[in-house]
Structures are given as C-alpha cells and as structure tokens.
Design a protein around this ligand. Structure first.
Ligand code: ADP
Length: 160
C-alpha cells in the first residue's frame, strides 16, 4: 500500500515553514499532495489560482510532490486523491487546540483517514503567512521567511 499524504492549508502565501514540513514529508510518504483550500471566508490576499501557481513554482524541484487547489470538503478531496493521511504542521502550543478540534471533526467524517503532525525546524516555528503579509504590506523585508518568488509576488501585490 502506498502512503499518500495530503497537506491542506490556505498557503496565502507559502512560507519557509510550509516548505520545511513538505521536505520532511517527502522523506516519509510515497507522495505528498499540497492541497490549497479556496478558503473564501479568509478573504485571501492571493487568488486560488495565484496560490496554486506560486506554490507549484516554489516546489518544482520536488519529485513526489503535487499541488492542487480544492473547494470541496477536505475529507472528500483526500478520498478522491486515494490518499490515507492528512498532514498538518504544528508550530507551538497555540496551534494545538485548533488542530485537536479539526482532527476530531475529520475523524468523525472519515475514520479511515489518519491525521499526522510534523514540527518544523525551530527557526521556522514563528513564521505565519499572516505576519508575512503584514510585514510585506508595510514595506518590510520578508526574504528570511519566504522563497524569492513569493517575496516578489508580495511586493507586486501589497506594496503601497
Ligand atoms: P490554514 O488556513 O489551514 O491554517 P495555513 O496555510 O496557515 O492554513 O497552514 C497550513 C498548515 O501548515 C497548518 O497545519 C499550519 O499549522 C501549518 N503551518 C503554517 N505555518 C507553519 C510554519 N511556520 N511551520 C510549520 N507549519 C506551519
């Protein structure tokens, strides 16, 4: 049996924290599907198409990684991909409560899918897409937190 992990999120935009989790995952699973949620409620800065394109560009050198946008229930998407794992990243204890709730809901919806968690290198634990967006919108340098292509895209999108 192949282990296929779906790593879902908004990725608005993808950061070095996400990339760190994906790199770890590629060593553990046969295939990693980075699943970009439309997340209209979050009113993302980048459109779904832009987030898929940016993430694809950043991850192009990883052989067993694919990037797909989705607008459906996550558990339905995971089944459609013939995947058996939902992968999430844990930064700090503040992520934990939210992830416990989500995992409980996913397990009720699809008990055959296992949720697994990975922690990034400690130098990435403080990175969040929302702070990266805020820093970029105020003209700050985000090159320490995101790949070059993302920093450029943020500059084009947000810089006043
Ligand atoms: P969501 O809107 O689902 O929280 P995100 O794109 O913010 O989507 O994050 C996707 C996943 O990546 C989540 O599991 C989140 O905890 C994790 N994550 C976000 N930033 C980091 C980081 N710096 N290091 C490790 N994991 C992270």
């Amino acid at each position: 049996m192949k282990n296929i992990a779906v790593y879902p999120g908004t990725f608005d935009p993808i950061t070095y924290g996400h990339v760190d989790i994906i790199q770890r995952a590629t060593k553990l699973f046969d295939q990693v599907v980075v699943a970009i949620a439309a997340s209209p409620k979050k009113q993302p800065t980048f459109s779904l198409e832009e987030r898929v394109a940016l993430t694809t560009q950043v991850l192009k050198s990883h052989a067993n990684v694919s990037v797909i946008g989705f607008e459906t229930l996550l558990t339905d998407f995971v089944k459609k991909q013939n995947a058996n794992i939902i992968l999430r990243g844990l930064r700090a204890v503040t992520d934990f409560d939210y992830e416990v709730q989500l995992t409980g809901m996913y397990r009720r919806l699809a008990p055959e899918i296992e949720s697994l968690f990975l922690m990034p290198s400690e130098k990435y634990t403080y990175i969040s897409s929302s702070y990266v967006r805020e820093i970029a919108s105020l003209g700050g340098d985000v090159s320490e937190f995101v790949p070059e292509a993302v920093a450029k895209a943020l500059k084009n999108k947000l810089r006043k």
